[in-house]
Design a protein around this ligand. Structure first.
Ligand code: AHG
Ligand code: MN
Ligand code: MN
Length: 332
């Protein structure tokens, strides 16, 4: 096995894809890497350009849109359109799927163009997340329905981490590879791999304990169970960064649902994170790296997608830590 497989090499060796699909997947990967390179430059000079604040708009999720959310939306829509391989593009920042190139591309893509955008104001790490689906044969002519039918079978997932270095992490389902942006060449170069959650890794737990009083009893019990045990708390508030650290070092990321409103909760039992462009791609990558991802009960990859902006509780990381979570949180 080549420990330093190139981006093109990864697409070329992807299992279970037709030759035509491999070509399309390669073009999508190159479009993601071109967009990521552009974003890395823009983000680095963001504070000087006065670009790190809110745009004034509110998105489909009811959240304040940052200027960089919109910039990332434009950058990746442009590069993915240019790949001529994407039929429908779903984004956190757009209410409806966008038809690209007349809808004739080989794949659908769901993306979170900029993840962790609250970190922008403090020059903290942010990310971008992508999930690539094979269009379902059950074409309905209604883009949202077509994407939902397809979303259960991803063929590729990737994320970009913009931090001390800019990394691109990719999986076609069999393994996970990392690439780092070489600023002098403007290219993503392979790092040794594949990457797997370490068998005897750390026990890092990443969660927002400030929300705990709104969680369901099982999640609160899990948090209490950590007290006095040997674990390390780390939380950046950007899923990409929190996931990536735990992938390399060993750990668990938890963003649970809240209690219903009448029980001191917020009435958001599904939590905050989105199924199509946050939970499914991270679950797909976690699985390929020997980890696991659940919604609190069942595997994320078994959750039926019913809405393109559907939210879902997410517990993802080292398989044994997810198993510990399930044992403690689901057994009163
Ligand atoms: P986004 O910026 O795409 O809306 O996602 C932010 C998400 C996720 O990245 C992060 O882990 C989580 O929100 C943090 O939420 P809290 O501030 O509630 O902890
Ligand atoms: Mn996000
Ligand atoms: Mn986002």
């Amino acid at each position: 096995m080549d420990s330093r497989l190139s981006l093109e090499g990864m697409a070329g060796e992807a299992k279970g894809l037709s030759e035509e699909e491999r070509v399309a997947a390669r073009k999508i990967l190159l479009a993601i890497s071109a967009g990521a390179r552009e974003m890395a430059g823009l983000l680095a000079s963001g504070p000087l350009g006065g670009l790190t604040g809110a745009s004034g708009a509110v998105n489909v999720q009811g959240e304040e849109v940052q200027t960089f959310d919109e910039i990332a939306q434009d950058v990746f829509t442009r590069t993915l359109r240019g790949s001529a391989s994407v039929a429908l593009l779903v984004s956190e920042e757009r209410e409806d799927p966008e038809v690209l190139g007349g809808g004739s591309g080989s794949f659908h893509v769901a993306m979170d163009p900029l993840d962790g955008s609250s970190n922008l104001a403090v020059s903290g790490p942010v990310g971008s997340i992508f999930c690539v689906f094979r269009p379902s044969s059950r074409k309905t002519g209604e883009p949202s329905t077509d994407v939902l039918a397809a979303a259960v079978s991803p063929v590729m997932a990737a994320y970009v981490l913009y931090s001390v270095s800019t990394l691109l992490v990719v999986s076609f389902g069999q393994e996970v590879r990392q690439f780092a942006l070489d600023l002098s060449r403007g290219e993503f170069l392979p790092l040794p791999g594949p990457v797997r959650f370490p068998e005897k890794g750390s026990k890092i737990v990443s969660l927002n304990a400030g929300n705990a009083s709104r969680w369901r009893e099982g999640d609160q019990r899990y948090l209490r169970s950590l007290d006095g045990t040997a674990y390390t708390a780390r939380y950046v508030g950007a899923l990409v960064m929190d996931f990536h650290r735990n992938l390399l070092k060993g750990g668990l990321y938890l963003y649970p649902g809240d209690l219903p409103k009448d029980s001191r909760g917020t009435g958001h039992p599904e939590g905050k994170l989105r199924l199509l462009y946050e939970a499914i791609p991270m679950a797909w990558i976690a699985r390929a790296a020997g980890g696991e991802a659940v919604d609190g009960h069942r595997p994320i990859l078994d959750v039926p997608p019913v809405h393109i902006h559907q939210r879902v509780p997410l517990v993802v990381g080292t398989a044994s830590l997810v198993a510990d979570y399930l044992r403690i949180a689901t057994t009163p």
